[in-house]
Design a protein around this ligand. Structure first.
Ligand SMILES: CC(C)(COP(=O)(O)OP(=O)(O)OC[C@H]1O[C@@H](n2cnc3c(N)ncnc32)[C@H](O)[C@@H]1OP(=O)(O)O)[C@@H](O)C(=O)NCCC(=O)NCCS
Length: 306
């Protein structure tokens, strides 16, 4: 695969690539660039075909912007992101922004792994973009582990006899959220008393609790009465990567939908790469970035609509 600047002879191939994609037609900016300023379009070529393209340009405040990412082949799309990261660095520009369509889940995971943080969400011509930003300071060291075979998980309401096991899972999984095991026990008991329908438990077929999700049917401040909050989700370490977390989120959406909710939000530490990948893969999208929101980190707010 070769990543290079486009040339006028790529026009037909690019037209086909865009027409066959969610953009449905070649964007005006790309068309214009092919006529006058080809450097603004970067393509990936392989097997004598154009596999991916992106429009980019340094405009204003020394930022490099890019949009209209399109690809036939996911690897080619990722190569474009890496090419632009290098270009930002070589040209001494301050930030690289990528307008990434919300649907490009694997590309969004790639951006997370490259140290991008989402800034905001923009809707242009019916396409929703997550605007991802990289300022060259954050390169996460992270390896995706191979998926483990899924297994059948039972979901049910929590019972008071589960509280010890659930508190242990919460405390061990989220040490920054709970100072002591007693804090976690207190929260589980409170939920069981006050909002038992909003605490969902994942169990093994022999009814052993291995995961928990705690929800609140409203946000504080109340921003939208159809909106709920995901307070905590945790899966016993021994059972991670088998679809338990995803099953809990799915069930949470079902429960909330029955209670008149349409969306759920969660805030995540910007450096918590695992959680950000998990939420991205599970159907959440980032919609807000808040500098220094967490005690030692920036906060990224994710939402899922159902
Ligand atoms: C986050 C957590 C709840 C995920 O639970 P899980 O049961 O391991 O997640 P799943 O197996 O359902 O994973 C769903 C998807 O996310 C991906 N994923 C989950 N954890 C991941 C990780 N650490 N790295 C990369 N991908 C991950 C899975 O590969 C899967 O993607 P796929 O559908 O393409 O296979 C669990 O890791 C956990 O308890 N972590 C500690 C507590 C925590 O961080 N909670 C969230 C804080 S806001």
């Amino acid at each position: 695969m070769l990543t290079r600047v486009a040339s006028p002879r790529d026009k037909r191939a690019l037209k086909n690539l865009y027409e066959g994609s969610m953009y449905k037609e070649m964007p005006r900016l790309v068309k214009g660039a092919l006529n006058v300023d080809c450097e603004r379009v970067i393509v990936v070529e392989g097997q004598q075909k154009i596999l991916a393209a992106i429009y980019n340009g340094a405009c204003g405040y020394e930022h490099l912007w890019s949009s209209y990412l399109v690809f036939q082949d996911e690897t080619a799309g990722k190569a474009l992101v890496d090419f632009l990261m290098k270009a930002r660095e070589e040209r001494g520009l301050r930030n690289l922004y990528v307008f990434c369509p919300k649907e490009f889940v694997n590309t969004r995971v790639h951006l997370i792994l490259r140290g991008f943080v989402p800034e905001c969400i923009r809707k242009i011509d019916e396409i929703e973009y997550i605007v991802e930003n990289h300022d060259g300071t954050f390169y996460p060291k992270y390896q995706i582990t191979a998926p483990i075979e899924a297994f059948s998980v039972n979901l049910r309401k929590a019972e008071s006899k589960d509280s010890g096991t659930l508190a242990k899972i919460l405390y061990e999984s989220l040490p920054e959220d709970f100072a002591t095991a007693e804090d976690a026990t207190g929260d589980v008991r409170w939920w069981l008393t006050e909002m038992p329908e909003y605490i969902i438990v994942a169990c093994t077929p022999n009814n052993l609790p291995i995961g928990i999700i705690l929800l609140t049917p409203e946000t504080f401040p109340v921003l939208d009465e159809n909106l709920a909050l995901l307070n905590y989700i945790a899966v016993d370490k021994r059972f991670r990567g088998r679809g338990v977390g995803q099953a809990l989120v799915k069930e949470a959406c079902n429960v909330l939908r029955k209670n008149g909710k349409h969306s759920m939000e969660v805030d995540v530490d910007a450096h918590d790469i695992s959680a950000r990948i998990f939420y991205t893969k599970t159907g959440f999208y980032p919609f807000w970035f808040s500098k220094n929101y967490m005690p030692h980190d920036d906060g990224i707010f994710y939402r899922i609509d159902f």
